[in-house]
Write a protein that binds this ligand. Structure first.
Ligand code: HXC
Length: 517
């Protein structure tokens, strides 16, 4: 006895028809535009031959506006599970050739079912969006579908990593599912994301604006801060997703994929000493420090084009997967402003929820002064960093490279904000404010009454800097674990990371804290 060949043929034919999606013409049209089909996208993402599809045969049951009986293969979204570098990941790709990838109730149900499976099984969830939005014919059923997805995005937040690739239109409320996920990767070509498009803006406000100005990857990466990575094309977007996943655990109860060597190397890296400019005021490009600190100079920078005064990235330090938060003195002198605070705070919370140790590199002169900042709520935004660091129970290691002044010092995770170890370079200056400012406040009379006020001010500043800002002052009061040579940083941070990986810290039980939003 064997299964009838007719049944196998029927299965084969059904699959063939469904794989044709919106039809050979539509697939060819996409190819001509240089775009991959939804299936090609998932094939490019998953390890060869590992993709298992869920719900290929699902069909809509909408009877409205010409949809009755109209075939919609897979209801316009391919869903399933495959392996990415050997680890299981759940993913969907919206199929623009089927009803413009529009979302109806079955399409939404497939995404929700997959999300629920990913949460149960504890695997990351990746979505490739390319859709005309709510399927107009399905009306409130389509809206309800979005609601169900948003709800599950929130349930999954902090349980499994969620990544969205925007590789086509993503309009109106549809943009809120990506916004609820952890990371958004957007392609330069063919992708737009917006709540109200140029025509609606024109009608409502009279303002003329182009789609590029409000909805392109470039605009979201540099101005709105809505997205985290810009990709050249969809293939590149999926490569970024793969790289991102390589640093992350599959879920919140697993450790990240650390790859520690048998022993920690404490070798000095002399070139690190050379990176520090002799002149304390000369800017230091912190990405050069990060390159030397991490394995093979390899780090994945997140939101590279947004709030450049702070750098956030994933990397490995002697095999330990970490999140790094670093002031960037080469941009706005490394000050913390509204956007930098938002950027860093969300990253800290991501690292904490997925068990990634945090390494902080500090060279911060303070919060950015200005009316725009004060009126924009820098107090509320800056407080996010304090809240995020204090709430984080993962290993937290801080290296004070140079300036660490005032409230910004506290916002960069010193020992009082829960750092497990704080190292300072001999070039570190820890104070309420810079020596120049402090001397002006404290010695106004001495300076103005001196024979040569400018020389007096210089002399007092040098004396003040030496006496009150040097790291040995803070170290003598127990605020610094040790003062180290820059060359020792990689070895010491690596050793401290290893030592602290087993850290267990609890917080008072509560529903959740109330982070200033
Ligand atoms: C049903 C849709 C659709 C939609 C596109 N199609 N969008 N069908 N509902 N929302 C269909 C088209 O009828 C067409 O069908 C096929 O998809 C391809 O669309 P084209 O217009 O031919 O493609 P293109 O010229 O590339 O333009 C793509 C587009 C445009 C820019 C996305 O289709 C468009 O503007 N669509 C409407 C977008 C929109 O306003 N959506 C609602 C957003 S608000 P055929 O059969 O001819 O191939 C929203 C609210 C969510 O989503 C709320 C959540 C809370």
């Amino acid at each position: 006895m064997a299964i009838s060949p007719a049944l196998l043929q029927e299965l084969e034919e059904k699959r063939k028809t469904l794989y044709l999606a919106g039809g050979a013409d539509k697939l060819a049209e996409r190819k001509k535009k240089g775009l991959m089909s939804a299936r090609e996208r998932l094939d490019a993402f998953f390890d060869a031959g590992t993709f298992m599809e869920f719900g290929l045969h699902v069909q809509h049951d909408c009877q409205n506006f010409g949809l009755a009986g109209k075939p919609m293969p897979a209801d316009g979204v391919i869903t399933g599970v495959g392996y990415v570098e050997g680890r299981p990941v759940a993913a969907y790709a919206q199929d623009f050739t089927v009803g413009g990838g529009s979302l109806g109730s079955k399409h939404a149900q497939k995404i929700c079912n997959l999300m629920e499976y990913a949460m149960k099984a504890g695997m990351p969830f990746v979505g490739v969006n390319d859709s005309g939005g709510a399927r107009i014919q399905e009306g409130d059923e389509a809206l309800s579908g979005y609601g169900k997805i948003f709800f599950r995005n929130v349930l999954a937040s902090g349980v499994i990593p969620q990544i969205t690739v925007i590789a086509g239109p993503c309009a109106g409320g549809a943009a809120y599912s990506p916004a609820l996920t952890d990371f958004i990767i957007m392609t330069k070509k063919n992708a737009q994301m917006f709540i109200c498009g140029p025509e609606v803006i024109k009608a409502a406000t009279g303002q003329t604006v182009t789609m590029d100005e409000i909805g392109s990857a470039a605009a979201h990466a540099a101005i709105s801060g809505n997205i985290h990575f810009v990709a050249e094309d969809e293939k590149h977007a999926l490569q970024i997703a793969t790289k991102l996943l390589s640093f992350l655990p599959s879920n919140n109860v697993m450790d990240p994929p650390h790859k520690p060597a048998a022993t920690v190397t404490l070798d000095r890296d002399i070139e690190m000493n050379e990176l520090v400019p002799e002149d304390a005021k000369a800017p230091l490009d912190v990405t050069k420090v990060i390159s030397r600190l991490v394995d093979n100079g390899d780090f994945l920078e997140v939101q590279k084009d947004f709030a450049k005064n702070i750098v956030i990235c994933f990397a490995r330090i002697q095999g330990i997967s970490v999140g790094i938060i670093a002031n960037q003195p080469a941009h706005k002198a490394g000050t913390l402003d509204i956007d930098a605070s938002d950027k860093a705070a969300r990253f800290i919370r991501f690292c904490n929820v997925f068990n990634l140790p945090i390494v902080n590199l500090v060279d911060v002169p303070g919060f950015l002064p200005g009316v725009v900042q004060e009126r924009g709520g820098i107090i509320r935004h800056g407080a996010k960093m304090l809240f995020a660091y204090a709430s984080a129970t993962v290993p937290k290691i801080t290296v004070i490279m140079r300036k660490a002044y005032g409230g910004a010092y506290l916002a960069m995770c010193p020992v009082d904000m829960g750092a497990d170890a704080v190292y300072a370079w001999p070039t570190a200056e820890i104070a309420v404010m810079g020596a120049e400012g402090a001397v002006k406040v404290l010695f106004k009379r001495e300076i103005t009454s001196a024979a040569d006020p400018s020389a007096k001010e210089k002399e007092l500043t040098a004396e003040y800097r030496k006496k009150f800002c040097a790291p040995y002052e803070a170290a003598s009061r127990g605020f610094i674990t040790d003062v180290i040579e820059p060359a020792q940083t990689r070895g010491i941070v690596a050793m401290m990371l290893r030592n602290t990986l087993s850290k267990r810290e609890t917080r008072p039980p509560k529903k959740h804290g109330n982070i200033p939003l």
